[in-house]
Design a protein around this ligand. Structure first.
Ligand code: PEP
Length: 266
């Protein structure tokens, strides 16, 4: 529906990340990550790459609690400048310093609540890579855009602008997360077919922007009301290589069940 299906690709290990958003406190953040670490002992790093993205203020504590595991640490955002008079912002160097591997860039809540533009998000993707982080670039359409048949246009624009100036070598550091905004935190999940259509579109675009081989190596996560019981069919889609999980990542049991279901589905 959204573009040429992209077949014959060599997929990397699935990648499941939990976005805790503005939730937890210093105590619950540590007990949550402890639950994730113990539940994912057999899977994290070997069958599935797993990351948790706590609020900035808890990164260090959470990082310490997962340091003897293969669960990785991610940040929910990153600023594009390295240091200086940017009150309230956090640089990629700072995130690296506290043990982050990943940084989410352009989450829909930052686009639509905070007002981030494609240009700003692109600077963040560059800064993340420059600072040694692996960016997760989020793209996805609003409900009215889907209803107006603008999904292809919106996702194409967000992807191309978000990746402006990112050459093939740097692109290997990037994960794309397709998150239809109407499915985030709403309990509405894209059907596996809807997710696959947009993931295939994204892979096709990456093949045009880079090449087919590289496009096949990029992981494309789905996000939007992922739960343990819909993980299997979402991960069963050819171009779905992982999941970005919000609400369900706040319960260790649910997040662990999602990671295990993702491991089984691939
Ligand atoms: C998200 O925050 O990226 C997300 C997908 O949230 P939820 O799983 O709660 O829909």
């Amino acid at each position: 529906m959204f573009g040429e299906h992209f077949r014959g690709v060599t997929m990397k290990k699935p990648f499941v990340a939990g976005n805790w958003k503005m939730n937890t406190d210093s105590h619950s953040a540590v007990s949550l990550v402890e639950g994730v670490v113990s539940g994912c002992e057999e899977t994290a790093g070997s069958k599935v790459d797993v990351a948790v993205c706590p609020p900035f203020v808890y990164l260090q504590q959470v990082g310490k609690a997962l340091s003897s595991s293969l669960v990785a640490l991610g940040a929910q955002d990153v600023y594009f400048e390295q240091k200086g008079a940017f009150t309230g912002e956090v640089s990629s160097a700072m995130l690296k310093d506290v043990g982050c591997t990943y940084a989410i860039c352009g989450h829909s809540e930052r686009r639509h609540v905070i007002g981030e533009t494609d240009e700003l998000i692109n600077k963040k993707v560059h800064a993340a890579i420059l600072g040694g982080l692996l960016p997760i670039l989020c793209v996805g359409e609003l409900l009215e855009e889907r209803k107006a048949n603008k999904t292809t246009d919106v996702v194409t624009r967000q992807l191309k602008k978000g990746l402006m100036g990112i050459g093939p070598e740097k692109m290997l550091a990037v994960t794309i997360a397709y998150e239809p905004v109407w499915a985030i935190g709403t309990g509405l999940t894209a059907t596996p077919g809807q997710a696959q259509d947009v993931h295939a579109l994204i892979r096709g675009l990456l093949a045009e922007m880079y090449d087919r081989k590289l496009a096949g190596e990029i992981r494309i996560q789905y996000g939007g009301s992922v739960k343990p019981d819909n993980t299997g069919e979402l991960m069963g889609q050819e171009d779905v290589n992982g999941l970005l999980v919000g609400g369900a990542s706040l319960k260790a049991d649910d997040f662990v069940a999602i990671v295990k279901a993702a491991a089984r589905a691939t």
